[in-house]
Write a protein that binds this ligand. Structure first.
Ligand SMILES: O=C(O)C(=O)Cc1ccccc1
Length: 360
C-alpha cells in the first residue's frame, strides 16, 4: 500500500491532516492497507491525500494518470460540464442514473462524481442529498453553474408543431412557468442531453427537449428558443464527491463544511440549538435546511460511515458553515450540538467557490 498525493486539480491548497486521520486509517483498514503517520505527515506539503491500493481496489487514476469523474447523463449534460469545469483534465464517465455515478466512486471505478445539489429556483434537491447520505463518499468541491436552457427540436420542426417537451426534472421545474405559457406537456427523462438523444432516436416531431446549446451542437438539433428558465438568475450548485475526504491544513482559502444532523425529537428545539451553537461562536451558516419528510415518504436513511450500517431518522438538518473541522470553535460548536440525542455526519470540508461559471 502507499499513501500518495494525487494530481487532483485544485484551486486550493491547504487542509489540516490530523482531523481526517481516523477516517483515512479506517478506509485503509477496510482495504487491508497500512497507513503510517510519518508518511501522512510527509505528504502535508501536497494538496490532496488519496489512498492508493496496490490491489487496485481503490485505484485513483487511469493509466494515463487522468482522474475519472462520473456523472448522471450523456455527453452534453450540465453535470458533464460541471465535471470538466471542476477538474479540466478529467475523463468524464457517463452514467444512466445518479446512484450509478456515486456507486462508481464508492467502488473505486471513478475518482469523483457530480451531484446537482440545489438551485436558486427550486432550492435543495432533497432526493440527490438523500443519495449522498446513503453512500460512503465525501464532498471535496463545490461549483456554481449559471444554467441557461434552450428549447431544442429536430431540424425542420417548427415551434407551433410542438405538443410536448422532455427533459431532466430540474430543468422542467426551472422552466415551469415558461412551459405553461407555451402550453406544452412535460415529461421527465434521466438527463437533458439524454432527452436530445431520445428525440433523435425516436424521430419525435411533436416533441422538444430542454437542454444546453452545447447539446444542440453535439447532436445536430435546432435551437427554437433561448433562455427558457423562469428566473433570469438561474444558478445550480453542484457538489463533487470523492471516496476520500479532501484534507485542508492551511487557511489560505475560505473553507466550508457540510454536515447533517439527524434526530428523532422536536425539530424546532434542535434547530434553535444548532443556531445558538454556531451564532454564539460567530460561525457563518451558508445553508440550514430541514428535511422532514411526510409519513408517506418514509424515513430518511443514512449510512453511518464509521459503523458501516444504515440508520433511519424522521428528520434531518442540512447545515453548511464557514470553517473547517480543524477550527477549535467549529469543534466546540459540534460538541455542543452532540450533547443532544442527535447523529451527526460530516459530509465534507472543501474550499468555498465564490465563482459562478457560465454555460449556454
Ligand atoms: O440533465 C442534466 O444535464 C444534468 O446534468 C442534471 C441537471 C439538470 C438541470 C440542471 C442541473 C443539472
Amino acid at each position: 500500500m502507499l499513501l500518495s498525493s494525487s494530481s487532483l486539480p485544485s484551486k486550493q491548497d491547504s487542509w489540516p491532516v490530523l482531523p481526517h486521520l481516523n477516517r483515512l486509517t479506517s478506509i485503509a483498514r477496510r482495504n487491508k492497507l497500512q497507513v503510517s503517520l510519518a508518511q501522512i505527515k510527509k505528504q502535508q506539503t501536497q494538496h490532496v491525500l488519496i489512498l492508493n491500493s496496490l490491489s487496485g481496489e481503490v485505484s485513483t487514476t487511469t493509466s494515463t494518470g487522468k482522474l475519472r469523474v462520473a456523472y448522471q447523463g450523456v455527453p452534453g449534460a450540465y453535470s458533464e460540464f460541471a465535471a470538466k469545469t471542476a477538474w479540466p483534465d478529467c475523463i468524464t464517465v457517463p452514467c444512466r442514473v445518479l446512484t450509478d455515478a456515486i456507486t462508481a466512486v464508492e467502488t473505486g471505478r471513478a475518482d469523483g462524481a457530480v451531484l446537482p445539489a440545489e438551485s436558486t429556483k427550486e432550492g435543495t434537491a432533497l432526493q440527490n442529498y438523500g443519495l449522498l447520505l446513503r453512500h460512503d463518499v465525501s464532498i471535496v468541491q463545490e461549483l456554481n453553474l449559471f444554467v441557461h436552457y434552450c428549447l431544442l427540436a429536430i431540424p425542420g420542426v417548427k415551434k407551433g408543431e410542438l405538443k410536448r417537451v422532455i427533459s431532466h426534472p430540474m430543468a422542467l421545474a426551472q422552466c415551469n412557468r415558461t412551459l405553461a405559457r407555451l402550453g406544452l406537456d412535460c415529461e421527465s427523462v434521466e438527463d437533458t442531453a439524454g432527452a436530445v438523444k431520445l428525440l433523435l432516436s425516436h424521430k419525435m416531431l411533436d416533441t422538444a427537449a430542454i437542454a444546453s446549446s452545447r447539446a444542440a451542437s453535439l447532436y445536430g438539433l435546432n435551437i427554437l428558443a433561448h433562455g427558457l428558465q423562469d428566473e433570469s438568475w438561474n444558478v445550480t450548485r453542484f457538489l463533487i464527491l470523492s471516496r476520500v475526504p479532501r484534507i485542508m491544513w492551511e487557511n489560505r482559502f475560505r473553507i466550508k463544511t457540510s454536515m447533517v444532523v439527524a434526530h428523532h425529537n422536536e425539530t424546532l428545539t434542535l434547530l434553535l440549538k444548532v443556531l445558538s451553537a454556531f451564532s454564539s461562536r460567530n460561525i457563518n451558516l451558508t445553508k440550514l435546511e430541514v428535511n422532514n419528510p411526510s409519513k408517506d415518504d418514509g424515513l430518511v436513511m443514512m449510512l453511518d460511515v464509521q459503523g458501516g450500517f444504515y440508520k433511519e431518522f424522521p428528520c434531518v438538518l442540512y447545515v453548511d458553515f464557514e470553517g473547517s473541522m480543524a477550527d477549535q470553535k467549529v469543534k466546540d460548536a459540534i460538541a455542543e450540538i452532540s450533547k443532544s440525542p442527535v447523529f451527526i455526519r460530516i459530509l465534507g470540508c472543501y474550499a468555498a467557490d465564490p465563482n459562478i461559471y457560465g454555460l449556454q
